[in-house]
Design a protein. Structure first.
Lengths: 819, 56
């Protein structure tokens, strides 16, 4: 997650104002330009600025684009980088994909693709919007990659190396193969369906036997093609399932496809009996469509390498033996190297602080909401962020060996080992064909006594009228409608099976920091004289300290009258001193008050101590040597939490808190929400809790046994991946969002409530569709078996059933829209 | 009716042609990214002559 390019502006600046460039809502965290206007993203800001400064006007040497800000990206020119990420094309050009933070809208795409036009040496620049990537082709003789990267950074985007690009290529091949299968299966199904109309028509009006043979032959040929080309995935899956002795869905599907094909082919060759290749090819097509829909939803889930990438920076600043600094790729770091980490940078490797004192935000890794002070000799971990002053760290291990790397391995293993949630409709569809075939056999036998003609007619009617379409279509359709509706509400569901699980009941594990609370240091409570707050805000504007900044951002400006604070003096570790007008102010800890001999107000001091006991940080304000007010800082509880948990408890979920934060803070939050909770859990410990709950219910998934994890931090990622359903909440680390089945993209807990509610409605809708479909098939089958249905009536009834189910499925899922 | 012996292969041939085209398009990467091209379409080719005031 980049902090450089897309830092949200100071709280309160124009929430919901339209972007000054594109007019889209700028949202809660707009990007503020130097001109003071709010933009929805850095792209819009840059476009605006570039348009106004005329930067596109024939930049001969591209010099205008290389804004000398931030890093030099020198590591991109190293041979290590070249080997790992750069592809050498035949004509001497180079190709490389970079991940670019902050691609947000059309303007961003326009701007980045314009690179090829304005920067000499860049041959092509293609943005992939959904994946936040830019594919660059450039001439190494004219321009270095680092220079292009600087140009991109100058536009306001932060380029990173794309780790794991090989996995990406494999994934793309897989996607394409899947789409080809869907298309081919669809084309065959359509054509077989047309031929079937002719065959069924011939049953009533009579058809010359040679034409009947032709149609049956063509239908058999196409149907077999469908089964052996696009349908081959089911057989491969079935073979794999037999080899490993783990039954999967492909097995019954493959059996029914195999039996159906062999029987149909033998009927076609013998010239008697039914050929039902229309049903078979439709089944193949529908099953593939369902899988495709499911697959596209989960495609965003990333590999462990990519997760690791988003967590740790790609480069580090190594201190050479002569004291010189150089940018090197993280991979080039070796144990024993000394690296420098400046404020606001994250660590590239695990290690021990050698020199310097600072505060480290390890929240991503541990869930601890307060920054931890570090000094020489303290262990620090890759992925954590330095908040204070520059420190130098002696590297102990890097990459996969680091704590973050091991954590990511855990995530990857959990993701791979988890069996997908089998959709109800898939289970039913697998058995549909064998059941219908045997029913047709039974029908034939029942009517055998009345002659082969009659027996054939009735069993044909049964085969025609029993249609898997509705069965196969209902679930994917409802899922598509549901996922689309949820996506519009800011909830991305990557695995359709999650909907089925969330509609049930079970155990709900909630992370505290960032999930139940906002995960940021903010003002929790205030006491005393309220008139001092604008002054406090003005004084704290002069500090870079975490607490000071939190106070400054948490207090609202009063009116337009600017308050000028002068004579600011900070007392490290204690607080800050300043003067506004004639009054002098002291803001800080109780110790600061004592140091200055401030006349203390007993009730305020007591109030502050009570806050400290509850795990928050009290800050006192003294005016003219008298204590007048106090406020407390902590991690604020999100709104709507109580209602959500009540609602979920009512629906049969048993919530509990699993947090890495300190026990007393977790206990207080637990009390507030009236749910049990335990603090001090490491990421590994959270996984253990998830596994424990899964083990308690015996491993099998069933109603009332689903284990759902809700979290945001990287420390939750492994637990999110291990749980039956992982929900990553807004503002979380990319890694946890990738590991989760559901990613919530709007702030607050409201979308989570909507997710559960919508899931229940979706499952009701699916059951309704399946019920209608099964009911129709049952009635139709019994009519046909009773000889009451002619093949013509059956052919008319079949599409009607499909259409009615589709009509039910396509209606929007009406979860109450409270947004 | 014997025209069906010509019609049917022709129809299947056309369908096969369409499938071939589709497979080619997929393998050529035309279906890899369905979001970005839509955005690319509203890009202006004559950006050098852009008048800032004409932008929304």
């Amino acid at each position: 997650m980049s902090a450089v390019a897309t830092r949200p502006a100071e709280a309160g600046v124009g929430a919901d104002r339209p972007c000054a460039h594109c007019g889209a809502p700028a949202g809660a965290g707009p990007v503020v330009g130097v001109d003071g206007r709010a933009y929805c993203c850095t792209g819009c800001r840059s476009v605006r600025l570039m348009l106004e400064s005329g930067v596109f006007e024939a930049p001969e040497d591209g010099s205008r684009l290389s804004v000398p800000r931030g890093r030099g990206f020198a590591e991109m020119d190293t041979s290590a980088f070249d080997e790992a990420c750069v592809e050498h094309l035949d004509d001497g050009l180079r190709r490389c994909e970079l991940v670019v933070d902050g691609i947000h809208c059309v303007a961003c795409v326009t701007l980045l693709e314009r690179l090829a036009r304005v920067a000499p040496g860049v041959v092509e620049s293609r943005v992939s919007f959904g994946r936040s990537r830019v594919m660059l082709i450039w001439d190494p003789g004219q321009v270095a990659l680092s220079r292009i990267a600087r140009a991109i950074a100058g536009m306001g985007y932060l380029p990173h190396r794309a780790k794991g690009s090989r996995a990406e290529a494999g994934r793309r091949r897989h996607d394409r193969a899947m789409l080809v299968r869907v298309g081919v299966a669809g084309a065959i199904a359509g054509n077989v369906m047309l031929i079937s109309v002719a065959i069924y028509g011939g049953l009533f009006d009579g058809m010359a036997p040679e034409y009947a043979r032709l149609f049956r032959g063509v239908s058999a040929g196409l149907g077999t093609l469908s089964v052996i080309w696009p349908g081959s995935v089911f057989f491969r899956g079935a073979i794999a399932s037999i080899r490993t002795w783990t039954p999967n869905l492909d097995l019954p599907i493959a059996i029914s496809l195999g039996v159906g094909t062999v029987w149909g082919l033998s009927n076609a060759f013998r010239g008697q009996g039914e050929v039902f290749f229309d049903s078979l090819s439709a089944l193949v097509f529908l099953l593939l469509v369902g899988r495709w829909i499911q697959h596209t939803q989960q495609r965003r889930a990333a590999s462990a390498l990519e997760l690791l990438f988003s967590l740790t920076p790609g480069t580090a600043r190594r201190v050479g033996p002569d004291g010189a600094l150089e940018d090197v790729p993280s991979e080039a770091l070796a144990p024993g190297d000394l690296i420098e980490v400046r404020p606001e940078e994250s660590l590239a490797a695990d290690g021990v602080v050698e020199t310097g004192e600072s505060r480290i935000d390890a929240g991503m890794l541990t869930g601890e909401s307060r920054p931890e002070p570090v000094s020489a000799g303290v262990r620090v971990y890759a992925g954590t962020v330095n908040l204070g002053s520059p420190i130098r760290v002696r590297v102990s291990c890097e990459g996969r060996e680091s704590r973050a790397g091991r954590l990511m391995d855990l995530v990857a293993r959990a993701t791979e080992s988890r069996a997908g949630i089998v959709l109800l409709a898939d289970r039913l569809a697998g058995w549909f064909v064998p059941v219908v075939l045997s029913l047709a056999g039974v029908t034939f036998l029942i009517w055998w006594g009345r002659g082969v003609e009659t027996a054939l007619e009735h069993s044909t009617a049964l085969l025609i009228v029993c249609c898997p379409c509705a069965l196969g279509l209902a679930t994917p359709m409802v899922m598509t409608v549901t996922l689309g509706g949820l996506a519009r509400r800011g909830v991305l569901v990557k695995e359709a099976g999650a909907i089925e699980a969330l509609a049930g009941r079970g155990r709900l594990l909630l992370d505290k920091t960032g999930t139940l609370t906002e995960g940021r240091f903010g003002i929790v409570d205030r006491a005393g004289d309220a008139t001092v707050w604008p002054v406090v805000r003005a004084i704290e504007a002069h500090t870079a300290h975490t607490i000071g900044r939190a106070i400054h951002e948490g207090l609202e400006p009063r009116g337009s009258a600017a308050v000028d604070a002068v004579e600011i003096r900070s007392h490290p570790g204690l607080g800050i001193e300043g003067r506004v007008g004639a009054e002098s102010y002291l803001i800080g800890s109780e110790t600061l008050l004592q140091t200055f001999g401030v006349e203390a107000d007993r009730s305020l001091i007591e109030w502050g101590r009570a806050q400290a006991c509850a795990g928050d940080t009290p800050v006192f304000v003294a005016r003219g040597g008298r204590l007048v007010s106090a406020l407390s800082l902590g991690d604020r509880v999100r709104e709507g939490g109580q209602e959500l948990l009540e609602q979920l408890k009512g629906a049969g979920w048993a919530p509990e808190i699993v947090s890495g934060d300190r026990g007393e803070i977790v206990a207080r939050i637990g009390e507030l929400f009236a749910i049990p909770g335990e603090g001090g859990r490491t990421p590994e410990n959270k996984v253990a809790r998830v596994r424990e709950l899964i083990a308690v219910r015996g491993g099998a998934r069933g109603p009332g046994a689903c284990v759902v994890m809700v979290g945001d931090g990287v420390n939750d990622a492994a637990a999110l991946a291990s749980a039956d359903v992982g929900i990553g909440v807004h503002g979380g680390a990319e890694a946890s969002l990738d590991a989760a089945d559901v990613a919530v993209q709007r702030p607050g807990l409201e979308p989570i409530g909507a997710l559960f509610e919508t899931s229940r409605r979706a499952m009701r809708r699916i059951r309704l569709c399946l019920g209608v479909s099964l009911g129709y098939n049952a009635v139709a089958a019994s009519l046909a078996m009773g000889g009451l249905l002619s093949p013509l009536a059956a052919a008319v009834l079949m599409p009607i059933s499909s259409l009615s189910v589709l009509a039910i499925a396509m209606r929007p899922i009406g979860a109450r829209d409270r947004t | 009716m014997s025209v069906i012996y010509i019609m049917l292969p022709v129809a299947l041939g056309l369908a096969g042609l369409a499938v071939w085209g589709f497979v080619r398009a997929v393998r050529g990467g035309q279906y890899d990214d369905l979001d970005t091209p839509a955005m690319r379409a509203i890009q202006r080719d004559d950006a050098d002559a852009v008048d800032p005031n004409s932008q929304p």
